[in-house]
Design a protein around this ligand. Structure first.
Ligand SMILES: O=C(O)CCC(=O)C1=CC=C[C@@H](O)[C@@H]1C(=O)O
Ligand SMILES: [Mg+2]
Length: 323
């Protein structure tokens, strides 16, 4: 006997979370719970505004369509909508046991501008020290200074930087000029410095700063391959698709000698703990980019270890469909 529950959630965000052109006041999405033979599988389907192509309404319609077939005996679960494919594959992965329980709760701490906050967190971080700093939001000089400051103060620190395609070549070069040459190889990678892939490749060739693909991974013509200057690909499953598709991309990356970083699309604690399980399983040697829970005011159903945020229980959620 198969049973299904589909819930809708809306969690308030911390003030001032900006995604590209929009302030994100609440994180909205769906939770699905599949039951079969006494086992349960949960999944989160939460398209990210400004990043996902699909809307929540479209994701809900596609999810309902598949859930109807599933209660009637359907097995296959691919969806063309990445957030739906990811959430349903997690639920199926828990139900059938192919998504292992063991999780990698390490996370590269995220710095959105104030380096002082990062010092405290990094001081307490055991083992490998990796942090992620957003660049391109302020002047390139300021970005360069922050990078120097952090790398100088913490000698075993490596940085991941993310410019989200915000720089022209000239701006990107301006940034590189301010980073002290002896620090450049402690930048593990800079995600998508320029508006086009070719400009980013040129930037890396000329500055010696390694780059990573993030937005590019989701473009139709993208192929995972070894390229001079490219160190990593960033995989955000909610934006990429099913666990199976992410697994394939990660295998391709590893074969090409690239780092694959499993990263958050600002999922709730439920989705984040599943991403931590994917990371422990598929990218055990790489610290995942999952430091986004503190952007929210509460957790959902499953807590992230050590988080002090309150946990919202499933009973508090609106039921969309139950069968
Ligand atoms: O990659 C990480 O370490 C955390 C996730 C992260 O930085 C992002 C998640 C979702 C949207 C963006 O704001 C941002 C990114 O651009 O990578
Ligand atoms: Mg990015």
């Amino acid at each position: 006997m198969r049973k299904v529950e589909l819930y809708r959630f809306s969690l308030p965000m911390e003030a001032g979370v900006i995604l590209r052109n929009q302030r994100l006041k609440t994180r909205d999405g769906l939770l699905v719970c599949l039951t079969e033979n006494g086992k349960q599988g949960w999944g989160e389907i939460s398209p990210l505004p400004e990043f996902s192509e699909e809307t929540l309404e479209e994701a809900e319609a596609a999810t309902l369509g598949w859930l109807h077939s599933w209660v009637n005996g359907e097995q296959a679960f691919e969806s063309a909508l990445p957030s739906v494919a990811f959430g349903l594959s997690c639920a199926m992965g828990e139900l059938s046991g192919f998504l292992p329980q063991k999780a990698d709760y390490r996370k590269a701490p995220l710095c959105n501008g104030d380096p002082d906050e990062l010092f405290a967190v990094l001081g307490a971080m055991p083992g490998e020290k990796v942090a992620k700093v957003k660049v391109g939001l302020y002047e390139a000089v300021r970005d360069g200074m922050i990078v120097n400051l952090l790398l100088e103060a913490i000698p075993d620190l490596k940085l991941r930087l993310d410019a989200n395609r915000s720089w022209t070549r000239a701006k990107a070069d301006g940034f590189a000029k301010y980073v002290q040459p002896q620090f450049r190889d402690r930048i593990q990678f800079l995600e998508e410095p320029c508006k086009t892939r070719d400009e980013s490749r040129d930037f890396s060739r000329e500055t010696g700063i390694a780059i990573a693909w993030d937005e590019s991974v989701r473009e139709a013509d993208f192929v995972v391959e070894a390229e001079p200057g490219v160190a990593a690909i960033v995989i955000k499953p909610t934006l990429v698709g099913s666990i199976q598709r992410c697994h394939m991309l990660i295998e391709q990356a590893h074969k090409a000698g690239l780092i694959a970083v499993i990263s958050s699309s600002i999922e709730t604690s439920l989705g984040l703990t599943q991403l931590a399980r994917m990371a422990a399983w598929l990218t055990p040697d790489t610290i995942p980019g999952l430091d986004t829970l503190s952007l929210m005011q509460s957790q959902l159903v499953r807590p992230w270890p050590d988080s002090e945020l309150p946990v919202l229980d499933v009973d508090a959620l609106e039921v969309v469909w139950r069968r």
